[in-house]
Design a protein around this ligand. Structure first.
Ligand code: SF4
Length: 243
């Protein structure tokens, strides 16, 4: 029990570091996770709401062993954010820090993404962030086709629950996987495609930008373009490039 409480405390602390405000109400079966522009309650009395469905799915992921990565991970990394998000970021797979914390896009790459979004008036608390694979591949190797085939249905169910207006694929491998074909990230970055009929924006991955600082300007331009479309989302949605 002590281990569980310590684990929960650590995860809540990490969420707070990411900009979430969290209250746990003593003597209640409810906890609330509140970002800067949203408020949602986890309540056993609302069986059909998005949070309850996301929680149920995350419990499935927590015990999943559909591919070998389930036995290698320290923690599954389900995803985090606003259940009513209009924008969902999708990366490829958890890295070492994500595996440790159970949270996506923590560490320097996550901080870079958070900073760029904040420049354009978007908080981490109002979007949702997840990966295609929910468990870390050893030594951050590329996910294998059978791992993607086993895990992608979780992503699709997540999107079915979230019903976002737009997606952002982060990095070459994530975008290649979502589009199911090879791409040159430098050629297609900054453009829109479709993933299961949801507009998908293509951006460089913040971790790649940290390794290749000369691409920082491209990443900043990607996020600026995405943010402009996000802020216009009530009037119009982006038109994907047809190929
Ligand atoms: S990577 Fe996905 S399919 Fe494989 S064990 Fe983890 S949750 Fe299950």
């Amino acid at each position: 029990m002590d281990n569980l409480i310590t684990h929960i405390r650590r995860r809540l602390q990490t969420l707070q570091e990411l900009g979430f405000q969290i209250w746990l109400s003593a003597g209640s079966d409810k906890s609330a996770i509140v970002g800067s522009s949203f408020s949602a309650e986890i309540s056993a009395s609302q069986p059909d709401d998005k949070l309850t469905r996301l929680q149920a799915l995350s419990k499935e992921v927590a015990v999943c062993r559909k591919c070998p990565l389930g036995s290698l991970r320290k923690n599954p990394v389900f995803g985090v954010g606003n259940p009513d998000a209009d924008l969902v970021f999708i990366g490829e797979a958890p890295g070492a820090r994500e595996d440790e914390t159970g949270l996506p896009f923590v560490g320097a790459a996550g901080e870079l993404l958070t900073r760029e979004l904040a420049k354009h008036g978007i908080s981490r608390g109002e979007v949702y962030i997840c990966n295609i694979l929910k468990c870390r591949p050893p030594n951050n190797r590329d996910p294998l086709p059978q791992e993607i085939a086993a895990c992608e249905p979780y992503l699709l169910t997540q999107l079915d629950i979230l019903r976002p207006k737009m997606l952002c694929g982060l990095g070459r491998f994530a975008v290649m996987t979502l589009l199911r074909r090879p791409i040159s990230i430098m050629k297609v970055r900054g453009t829109w495609r479709l993933y299961h009929n949801i507009p998908l924006f293509i951006s460089l991955h913040p971790a790649a930008v940290l390794h290749q600082p000369q691409n920082r300007g491209y990443f900043e331009a990607d996020i600026a373009r995405l943010a402009a479309a996000y802020h216009r989302r009530q009037e119009s949605l982006p038109q994907p490039t047809m190929e």
